[in-house]
Design a protein. Structure first.
Length: 308
């Protein structure tokens, strides 16, 4: 592996000198506290023998990219004076490896390189876990979040909105007459339409908003800290975008339902979701290709208006 960047952070001057002799870039710190605060991701920490608080190991191991810790042993005399400096005690405290004195440069370098390999394997496993988690919460066709993840985030955002007194808006979106379009143009075309609409929805919202494929040709957008006016602005942006879209000569229509909570009537995530869903189906009943507001949300907006 390349060793052009600093790979060792240490408080032990002898270890620093030996590792530099072996060609490893080293950064020497004056104290364990300084090392814990400033060590870079991807380094191995090499600490001088001393009673080390478990918190030191926890902080180094708790980084987004954990820093493995090698402790230089105190030697037989030091261990006799303080049992906390024995290799078993140091390993029990959280050290990943203990190298006894007297130090030998080749052996010390081998231990450092072994810990770096261990860290790389951990990173690879963490990346793979992240990929699997991403697959578990994303819809494979559109790349949007799936229904399960939507439900989890809706519950979290609803609790946050209740705690801080913020509005939380929800849009339910449905492609009009998608089944007939799918039957007439074929499933590959239908899949393309779903991808185009999902991209349009994503472009129409903020990074803090959550877009999900609710199922089939239905989508959901969760808008934290957004009241009715803001939700209608986003809904109109999405709706106007589909009016302007033309896919292989086919026009795409959308119906949208809007609800805003928490309120006395919409006092749970499920009620907020149901209200937006009912508004969506009212849009369908009234002729499709339009935006409808949940009646409770509309009534609440009128009550709060100075013109009401």
């Amino acid at each position: 592996m390349s060793t052009s960047r600093t790979v060792v952070a240490t408080t032990d001057s002898e270890a620093a000198r030996l590792l530099e002799r072996e060609g490893l870039p080293v950064r020497l710190f004056g104290s364990v506290t300084a090392l814990v605060d400033d060590a870079d991701p991807g380094q191995v920490a090499v600490l001088s023998a001393a009673p080390v608080s478990p918190e030191v190991f926890e902080r180094l191991h708790g980084r987004p990219v954990p820093i493995p810790v090698l402790v230089i042993g105190a030697g037989p005399a030091g261990e006799a004076d303080d049992p906390r400096l024995s290799p078993p005690a140091l390993l029990e405290s959280g050290a990943d490896a203990v190298v006894p004195r007297p130090l030998e440069s080749v052996s010390l370098r081998a231990w450092v390189m072994a810990l770096l390999r261990h860290r790389r394997r951990f990173e690879a496993l963490a990346d793979r876990q992240h990929e699997l988690e991403d697959l578990a919460r994303k819809d494979g066709l559109t790349g949007l979040f799936n229904y399960r993840w939507l439900k989890e985030r809706l519950s979290e955002e609803f609790r946050r909105a209740q705690r801080h007194g913020d509005p939380l808006s929800l849009l339910m979106i449905d492609l009009d007459e998608f089944k007939s379009l799918n039957d007439r143009m074929g499933h590959p075309f239908g899949d393309r339409v779903l991808r185009v609409v999902s991209e349009l929805i994503t472009r129409s919202v903020r990074e803090t908003d959550l877009c999900a494929r609710y199922g089939g040709e239905e989508f959901t957008v969760l808008l934290p800290r957004t009241g009715l006016n803001g939700a209608l602005t986003v809904a109109d942006r999405i709706w106007q975008g589909t009016l302007e879209a033309l896919i292989e000569g086919e026009k795409i229509g959308l119906s949208l339902g809007v609800s805003v909570g928490p309120t006395a009537q919409l006092r749970s995530p499920d009620l907020l979701l149901r209200a937006a869903d009912e508004a969506l189906y009212r849009a369908k009943r009234e002729g499709r290709n339009r935006i409808c507001i949940d009646p409770q949300t509309q009534l609440r907006a009128r009550e709060m208006s100075p013109l009401a």
